[in-house]
Design a protein. Structure first.
Length: 100
């Protein structure tokens, strides 16, 4: 993750969000400023239409083992949710993400 101003940026996640919004990028780089690459591999600024996507971006991280364990121990956690948490731990379900 990178920080642009006061905003956390998850580059791989942002790249997918840009593509989903129809913004053409050839990878993302960060050297104090976000950029993409030309067809020749040279660093170029992101197109103007990327600004709205970047502003809407909320970096996500995977939940920690401690977060899962705390949820599992809560008396209000249902049996079905405890099974989901077990399945996540065993790799049978994908990990959950939360804002970074």
């Amino acid at each position: 993750m990178s920080r642009v101003g006061d905003k956390e940026i998850a580059e791989h996640q942002l790249e997918a969000e840009l593509r989903a919004a129809g913004v053409t990028v050839r990878g993302l780089g960060f050297d104090g400023k976000l950029h993409t690459y030309s067809e020749q591999g040279e660093r170029v600024d992101l197109p103007p239409e990327a600004v709205a996507v970047i502003e809407a971006h909320t970096a996500q991280r995977e939940k920690t083992v401690e977060e899962y364990a705390a949820e599992f121990r809560r008396p209000t956690t249902t049996a079905a949710r405890k099974q989901q948490l077990r399945d996540i731990r065993l790799g049978l379900l994908p990990p959950e993400t939360v804002p970074a």
